[in-house]
Design a protein around this ligand. Structure first.
Ligand code: AMP
Ligand code: MN
Ligand code: ZN
Length: 866
């Protein structure tokens, strides 16, 4: 060996080129191999001590030599005290790493890769032609080598499973109640309360916000000053500037691939005259001062599709929003066929936004010019769009501003959302499994579940997205194939994710364990076992109606055969009248159907009862159409064939409801029910309260008993206040209903709302119609076929939602729901009452829409009048 080494060096020195060197080395290696094969029974020589010692010595030298060579390249190998076979493996891995680097260096040298350490490369990739944007020259922005901003955060991101997200504000500007973040429990889940819950529940739009304005078109981007905000002083100056505004526009950009929970990367703010780009990465931990403006109830924040922005602001900036106008919600209420920001920009500003920048890597710094241009465009026109939509909402609503207040109410609901960390449980993989439409056996299922959990844990630890750790399709592939060898795991991945390379052994261990599982038939869905044992028709199975008749997810996007007024036939919910109506006791309510989705799925009996009980406003209306002649005493025989028995049943139903419904004069009845609700609610809340207290003691020092007692408005007081407010509210509703019945015999808001539904013309002229002129009951026969399906998808809810997303039920009852969230129990009592009332009068949502209001009535709004 000594000789070989020397001659290698000589050969190297002698050789002029790499080729020659390789040639010489290969000759020597071949010589060695030949020698060793000729040396038969060599191990017998091991019997001689001299040979043994020499061999050991040489062995150590070679090992050290190899170790040194790798160490020189920063590759750590521990060859000593390792078995020979493992040594080979290690050397092979080391060689792979070396070759990988050589490859990368060659790429760099040949210009394929540039300036890795200094500047991130922004790749502009031609996007595959999609159906939504055929022929457009689209670019997608991908970027490698962007340093993870998390590395520079002073406080490490907490991705732990145990600890719920803790709001990061320490001060509470614009507060009506001092800052107190309580720990609450929902089932087994703990969470911290929303710091501005009280303020949001008691917020009402300023009367000035409900008046029409002269739309102010912004100057073009080129003539608008742009300010980058990357330092605290600049941020403070910005806050002072924004305090002077009565409305500002806000948007956020976000990155989700190289972070577990995601990162807000840019906050765009536009005033009437200026654009600002705030860098939340550079200003992390210092952005809470924005709350002075963002929670100021007098400054309107205009956002588009803010569902996610609100959560990102809470999570990364500790910023909350009070007084928001969401233009996406406005487009829902106005029933625009297209509701994305791009659609609004096109409709109102004639600007064709290139939304592919949505998918850009917004962590890149400094921000490329075109990124900035795109970003400011997202907020620049928003105030003008707000002006126009606000006017249209006021024009098309009634004199109580029901449409514009509906937008504010919906926006408040969004602001009340709390950020929560992603939750991953033992069944979380099932979603992916179902969507994959694969049929796994027990071994594959085991692998899928364990890999899913492993992926989530690694993602949390490394602060990467689960998809970065192992993309879904690769995860499914590995679980399906169950490769015997480690190489097989790698073969399932292309390209191989970096963390799969480093964690290959763990993955392989999971697969090995999976292969050892007993082969069993997999029960596909755990919920299936809980369904009642009914004979299922194939058709039912296919349409998914087994789970719930309300579940329209399997129905074609724009079904053409849904019932219309021209075609009043049995709906998907079944013939509501031909079945006996059952008294239902529902524990929880969800917006539309009067019960939690889980109830529908898990509890067969409950499901059937609810199906019979539910009656949408629309159906009430159709029922009323048939009942009309009876109620008006006309008793005209219809020319069409009408099922007389059917109508009698309907009539009987309404008459029975009539008896149960509080009349205008019987206020005591209403009061009684309110009282009942309040005491029940009080009990429930006291229960909650006790649990909270218990936890507080152990959990946070901040929330010691003392401090909680020092809160001016105790929970008891708040309940009292709520009681009073609710009483007042009830009274007002009853009163308004009476008025409505007296004043507007024809011009019912329900009709007007329905008219709106039909009247979704983008032309401004159409919207110019006056209230009275819109009046036409026949307009209800809106042509749904005109409405198109959404063109975009995305996480922000900012996109087109397709037709009929406006939820009348929600608007109707939100005064009773009072935005109290889960604490407010028994609200369905009211909704049922008012449903009954609506049915009896034959215009279900008229009175309710009229009395639409905010919060639960502050002291003095309505309450004090009585
Ligand atoms: P936008 O409100 O349209 O500016 O979107 C805000 C952020 O949401 C973007 O920065 C993206 O992180 C994310 N986003 C929105 N739409 C998409 C989409 N279609 N695909 C991926 N990310 C999206
Ligand atoms: Mn947005
Ligand atoms: Zn944006």
């Amino acid at each position: 060996m000594k000789e070989g080494e020397e001659s290698d060096q000589e050969a190297f020195l002698r050789s002029r080129s790499l080729d020659q060197y390789v040639k010489t080395v290969m000759t020597h290696i071949r010589g060695c191999q030949k020698l060793s094969t000729e040396l038969q029974g060599w191990h017998h020589y091991g019997d001689y001590v001299g040979v043994r010692n020499t061999m050991r010595e040489v062995n150590t030298r070679i090992s050290n030599l190899i170790t040194n060579i790798f160490q020189h390249q920063d590759i750590k190998l521990k060859l000593t005290h390792t078995k020979l076979l493992d040594q080979f493996d290690m050397v092979r891995e080391g060689n792979d790493a070396l070759l990988e680097r050589i490859n990368s260096d060659i790429d760099e040298a040949s210009g394929l890769k540039k300036d890795i350490d200094f500047e991130p490369t922004v790749k502009r990739v031609q996007a595959p032609a999609s159906t939504t944007s055929p022929g457009k020259n689209v670019v997608l922005m991908a970027s490698r080598n962007v340093q993870k901003p998390q590395l520079f955060f002073k406080e490490k991101v907490d991705n732990s499973k145990k600890e719920p997200f803790i709001p990061i504000i320490t001060e509470k500007p614009n507060s009506l109640k001092p800052l107190s973040i309580l720990i609450c429990v929902d089932g087994n889940q703990e969470y911290y309360s929303h710091p501005y819950e009280y303020e949001l529940n008691h917020w009402m739009p300023d009367p000035a916000q409900l008046e029409k304005v002269k739309p102010r078109r912004p100057r073009p981007l080129g003539q608008t000053p742009l300010t980058m905000v990357t330092e605290v002083q600049q941020l403070e100056a910005l806050v002072e500037e924004l305090k002077k505004c009565s409305e500002i526009a806000v948007d956020l950009e976000h990155h989700a691939f190289r972070s577990y929970q995601g990162l807000a990367c840019l906050i765009q703010v536009s005033t009437r005259t200026k654009d600002y780009l705030i860098d939340p990465l550079a200003l992390r931990g210092q952005l809470t001062i924005l709350n002075e403006v963002f929670t100021n109830p007098k400054i309107t924040k205009v956002l588009h599709g803010a569902d996610f922005d609100i959560l990102w602001l809470q999570r990364d900036c500790g910023v909350y929003v009070v007084n928001m106008f969401d233009t996406h919600q406005a487009s829902v209420v106005l029933e625009y066929p297209h509701r994305s920001l791009a659609a609004l920009l096109s409709k109102f500003c004639d600007i064709q936004a290139n939304k592919v920048y949505q998918r850009a890597d917004w962590r890149i710094r400094p921000l490329p010019e075109d990124f900035m241009e795109y970003a400011r465009q997202d907020s620049h026109y928003l105030l003008y769009i707000y002006d126009l939509m606000r006017n249209e909402l006021i024009e098309r609503g009634n004199r109580l501003n029901n449409l514009i207040t509906a937008v504010y109410s919906r926006s408040v609901d969004i602001c009340l959302k709390r950020y929560e960390k992603p939750f991953i449980g033992p069944d979380s993989h099932m979603d992916l499994y179902r969507r994959s439409r694969k049929a796994f056996d027990s071994k594959q299922m085991y692998a899928l579940r364990e890999l899913y959990l492993w992926r989530d844990n690694v993602a949390r630890e490394q602060d990467e997205s689960p998809d970065y750790v192992l993309p879904k399709h690769m995860l499914l592939q590995i679980a399906e194939v169950l490769p015997k060898e480690m190489q097989g795991v790698l073969a399932c991945c292309n390209p191989i994710p970096p963390l799969v390379k480093t964690e290959l052994l763990t993955i392989h261990t999971i697969i090995r364990a999976a292969r050892e599982q007993k082969l069993q038939l997999v029960q596909e869905d755990s919920t299936e076992g809980q369904l009642p044992p009914v004979q299922l028709q194939m058709e039912e199975l296919n349409t998914g109606l087994v789970i719930s008749k309300h579940d329209l997810s399997t129905v074609e996007e724009n079904p053409r055969d849904l019932p219309t007024l021209l075609n009043p036939r049995e709906t998907l919910l079944g013939d509501l009248f031909s079945q006996p109506r059952v008294e239902v006791k529902i524990q929880e309510i969800s917006g539309m159907f009067g019960c939690e989705a889980s109830h529908l799925r898990h509890k067969g009996t409950m499901h059937t009862e609810i199906t019979k009980e539910f009656m949408s406003p629309y159906e009430r209306y159709t029922a009323y159409q048939e009942l009309k002649p009876h109620l008006e005493g006309e008793r005209k025989k219809r020319t069409e064939t009408v099922d007389q028995a059917h109508i009698d049943r309907v009539k009987k139903h309404f008459l029975s409801l009539n008896k149960n419904t509080p009349q205008r004069s019987s206020e005591e009845e209403v009061e009684e029910s309110v009282q009942q609700k309040s005491s029940e609610e009080e009990m429930a809340e006291e229960k909650d309260d006790a649990a909270e207290k218990k936890r507080n003691k152990a959990k946070i020092k901040k929330q010691e008993e003392k401090k909680r007692k020092s809160i001016p408005l105790s929970l008891g007081e708040e309940i009292q206040e709520r009681k009073a407010a609710n009483n007042a509210q009830k009274k007002r509703v009853v009163e308004k209903e009476g008025e409505a019945a007296d004043e507007e015999t024809d011009e019912s808001p329900s009709k007007r709302l329905k008219t709106n539904e039909a009247d979704v013309q983008p032309e401004e002229g159409a919207a110019e119609k006056k209230e009275g002129e819109e009046e036409d009951g026949e307009c209800m026969e809106s042509d749904k076929e005109d409405e198109e399906s959404p063109a975009e998808e995305g996480p922000s809810g900012a996109n087109d939602e397709g037709p009929a997303a406006f939820d009348y039920d929600k608007a109707d009852y939100s005064i009773f729901e009072g935005k109290l969230g889960k604490k407010f129990k028994h609200k369905q009592k009211y909704s049922q009452k008012f449903r009954g009332r609506g049915g009896q009068r034959g215009r279900g949502f008229k009175s309710n829409m009229k009395s639409f209001s905010f919060g639960r009535g502050k002291k003095g709004t309505g309450g004090s009048q009585r």
